[in-house]
Write a protein that binds this ligand. Structure first.
Ligand SMILES: *[C@@H]1O[C@H](CO)[C@@H](O)[C@H](O)[C@H]1NC(C)=O
Ligand SMILES: *[C@@H]1O[C@H](CO)[C@@H](O)[C@H](O)[C@H]1NC(C)=O
Ligand SMILES: *[C@@H]1O[C@H](CO)[C@@H](O)[C@H](O)[C@H]1NC(C)=O
Length: 742
């Protein structure tokens, strides 16, 4: 056997078996021809016994044509398309009736269509007649009953024939009722087309698929050459009138995953695949699940698509919500996720911020602490602490305040808290947390010598306990410039009261004398009674504060000196205020207690005369009050210089005594001046004399001593504050004097 031949045969066999094993998309039964020529033949149609549902669905494939031609059953009806949705496209003859110019009929036919089971589609087809001398009739049977219909078209001119529409001129149409399975078409003419022969020699009539026929004026003549036109048939299975019946029958045609539905043209039913399935519902497993996910034309899901039996499922990935469908809510990022992310970022930013702030503040705070420590040491804090701790035993000691406390007490050193201002700095009224009103003295110049003076004042004041001395409550050394804290005193300075015109009347001689006694008592105490003698060095009315009861409070110990017992004379830089300055001290720079006596003498004169210690407004010989007063005394003109308001009949003696005492205090030679103790005692005596004019001298001095002792032994803490006179002003005065001396 020829090997080549065998191979060829095998190949042919292979091709055939392959075709049989895999019929095109499973539309025909296995082993059946699934197409004829260009027409596919799905089951229930078939070309061979066993391949179709029943005889009605036989398709005869005539292979003598090329390509082969399918015919419905064993008829001559051409089949052009078979679709499983219930339509069958066929070709059907048209009726014609043609004449020659003289009106003799030259051709005529009466075609008919006979179907057994299928029906003419009433929706897709139209009965149509063409011609201008035409009457067309369709006769049909609906079951047993005959029916006839038709249309007529008469026209004299082609001018009225419109292209594109079958509107009754040259072309008329009528619908076809449901249930037609047989029809016959007949044509008649009234004038044998004689009058219209030149443009319409024939009449035509046919049932045609409406969409496939578009009328044109040319068709009046050119249809002569056309034999067949397309017609649509409706097909159905069985004779059952309902699906319910059909399901009961043994020949029920709808297979897996399919439904039965009733037809509206003729009897029987058809099948359709479930939603989500496609294929041939008449074949077992013919309906196949549609893979919606892999169909690019559907594109149903937004993110994730999962095919399921008969359907599909859209879903969203983690962190999203929604149904995932393109035509639904789609997939949107979870709000929770967004919130989580936003929250995460916010929190981390906040943490960073807080961290940095904390770090920054920490560094700043440490800097501040270091600065405070530096100032504390620079301001003699350690020394002061020692000084203060030595006095620990006493009932009330000066306190070291923190910078923070004082800042709070003065509203951060606000302007409206200022009660006094001068070259030396500023005094603020402050309120401590325990509601105590205090005066806070703050130097404005950063000068080591001034700081020393501050410290000096703290140390001096911390040694003194006297009811007529401004009480120092404490100090603060943490700031660049040390701050001193005093009890607040409300009624201003003695200077204000003597020299301020509006206040003179209120200060009587008794009050003046009492103030003199109190001031002398303080100075006497400083010089002798305190543990270490102290020289005030700046005794003047501006440094004598008055409280509401006009009780004197000596203040401003910035220039004071502690004088060690074994050293009765100190050599210092000259300090003091012009007009009050001891001329001897000015010349020798030898500081003794007698300098304070001189200054006190000037105060006495001021109290007596109400004049200022130095005034350039006065004539030259009156400028220096002390000199002027002494010369007045010498000339026996005392009562000319006394302030008028204080002179009364009963106190002239007292005034004279005080004037003489003042004169003694103002002696140029310090040694000739009385001590402060003597001055204080004498003044006290004069005061007693006023109270008890009958008392004799012996009694007076006893009582004075008693009272003095009382004053220094009872540690009544004078409530003090408010300072005015100061260091810078001191220097200014000295400079002034030197200038004035030239
Ligand atoms: C056959 O009919 C179906 C349904 O009407 C249509 O989709 C298909 O295109 C037709 N085929 C041909 C070759 O006309
Ligand atoms: C109709 O169409 C045909 C061919 O397209 C054309 O020859 C004819 O003149 C048209 N008739 C009218 C009335 O427009
Ligand atoms: C009707 O006339 C038009 C225009 O000449 C033509 O295209 C069409 O094929 C004709 N119709 C038929 C059924 O011959």
């Amino acid at each position: 056997m020829d090997l080549k031949k065998l191979l060829l045969q095998l190949t042919v066999l292979g091709v055939i078996s392959a075709a049989m094993a895999a019929p095109r998309s499973g539309q025909a039964k296995p082993g059946c021809l699934d197409s004829c020529g260009n027409v596919s033949i799905p089951y229930p149609f078939g070309t061979n016994p066993g391949c179709y549902y029943d005889e009605e669905f036989l398709i005869t494939c005539n292979n003598t044509f090329n390509p082969p031609k399918p015919f419905l059953t064993d008829s001559t009806i051409d089949v052009t398309n078979i679709s499983l949705n219930g339509q069958l496209n066929i070709l059907q003859y048209i009726a014609r009736d043609c004449y020659n110019q003289s009106g003799s009929q030259i051709s005529h036919n009466v075609p008919s269509l006979q179907l057994s089971k299928f029906r003419i589609s009433s929706t897709k087809n139209k009965f149509t007649a063409i011609g201008c001398d035409t009457s067309a009739k369709i006769q049909a049977y609906l079951g047993e009953n005959e029916y006839a219909s038709g249309c007529m078209s008469i026209c004299d001119s082609i001018d009225y024939v419109t292209n594109g529409s079958c509107s009754g001129i040259g072309c008329c149409q009528t619908s076809i009722p449901k249930g037609v399975s047989y029809y016959e078409v007949t044509l008649e003419s009234y004038y044998n087309h004689k009058r219209v022969w030149n443009f319409s020699p024939c009449s035509f009539a046919f049932v045609v698929e409406e969409d496939k026929f578009n009328f044109s004026s040319n068709n009046l003549s050119d249809l002569e050459n056309v034999e067949k036109l397309p017609v649509v048939l409706d097909w159905a299975i069985g004779n059952e009138t309902s699906c319910e019946d059909a399901r009961k029958s043994s020949g029920y045609a709808c297979k897996d995953h399919s439904n039965c539905y009733e037809v509206d043209n003729g009897s029987g039913y058809r099948c359709s695949c479930f939603d989500g399935y496609n294929g041939n519902p008449y074949l077992p497993n013919g309906c196949q699940d549609t893979d919606e996910c892999n169909d690019p034309t559907l594109n149903l899901c937004e993110k994730k698509c999962e095919n399921t039996a008969g359907s599909y499922k859209c879903s969203c990935p983690k962190g999203y919500h929604g149904d995932g469908r393109k035509d639904g809510s789609g997939c949107t990022a979870d709000q929770l996720l967004v919130i989580k992310i936003v929250l995460g970022i916010a929190i981390s930013v906040a943490v960073l911020l807080v961290g940095f702030t904390w770090l920054y503040l920490g560094i700043k705070k440490r800097k501040l602490i270091r600065l405070k420590e530096k100032f504390f040491q620079q301001n003699g804090g350690l020394m002061l602490q020692q000084q203060l701790s030595r006095r620990e035993g006493s009932t009330e000691t000066a306190k070291i305040f923190t910078a923070e406390e004082l800042k709070k007490a003065t509203d951060n050193y606000s302007e409206d808290r200022i009660v006094g201002r001068g070259g030396y700095g500023t005094v603020y009224k402050g309120t401590l947390t325990d509601n105590r009103v205090v005066a806070i003295k703050k130097s404005k110049v950063v000068d080591q010598s001034q700081i020393e003076q501050f410290i000096n004042e703290v140390i001096v004041l911390s040694q003194i306990n006297h009811r007529n001395v401004v009480k120092l409550l404490g100090c603060c050394l943490e700031t660049e410039v040390p701050l001193l804290v005093y009890e607040f005193i409300t009624n201003g300075t003695l200077h204000d009261h003597i020299h301020n015109e509006s206040k003179t009347t209120s200060l009587s001689w008794q009050t003046r004398l009492r103030i003199a006694v109190e001031t002398a008592g303080v100075l006497s105490y400083l010089h002798s009674a305190a543990s270490i003698p102290i020289i005030h060095r700046d005794v003047k009315p501006t440094n004598i504060l008055l409280d509401d009861n006009y009780t004197a409070k000596v203040s401003d110990f910035g220039a004071s000196r502690l004088v060690p017992i074994d050293q009765m004379q100190l050599s210092t830089m000259v300090q003091g205020t012009l007009g009050y300055l001891d001329p001897e001290y000015l010349q020798t720079s030898q500081l003794t207690e007698k300098s304070d006596v001189y200054s006190f003498g000037v105060i006495l004169v001021e109290l007596l005369t109400g004049r200022k210690a130095v005034s350039f407004d006065r004539p030259e010989d009156e400028r220096n009050l002390a000199i002027y007063f002494l010369s007045a005394l010498k000339g026996d003109r005392l009562f000319e210089v006394l302030e008028r308001s204080i002179v009364h009949e009963e106190n002239t003696e007292q005034l004279k005594e005080v004037a003489i005492l003042a004169k003694r205090c103002l002696r140029v030679n310090g040694e000739e001046r009385p001590t402060m103790k003597e001055v204080a005692m004498e003044l006290e005596g004069l005061k007693m004399m006023e109270k008890h004019p009958w008392v004799n001298d012996e009694l007076k001095s006893e009582e004075t001593e008693y009272l003095l002792g009382d004053a220094s032994d009872t540690y009544r803490f004078g409530v003090t504050g408010n300072t005015t006179g100061a260091y810078d002003s001191t220097r200014e005065h000295i400079a002034l004097q030197i200038d004035g001396g030239r």
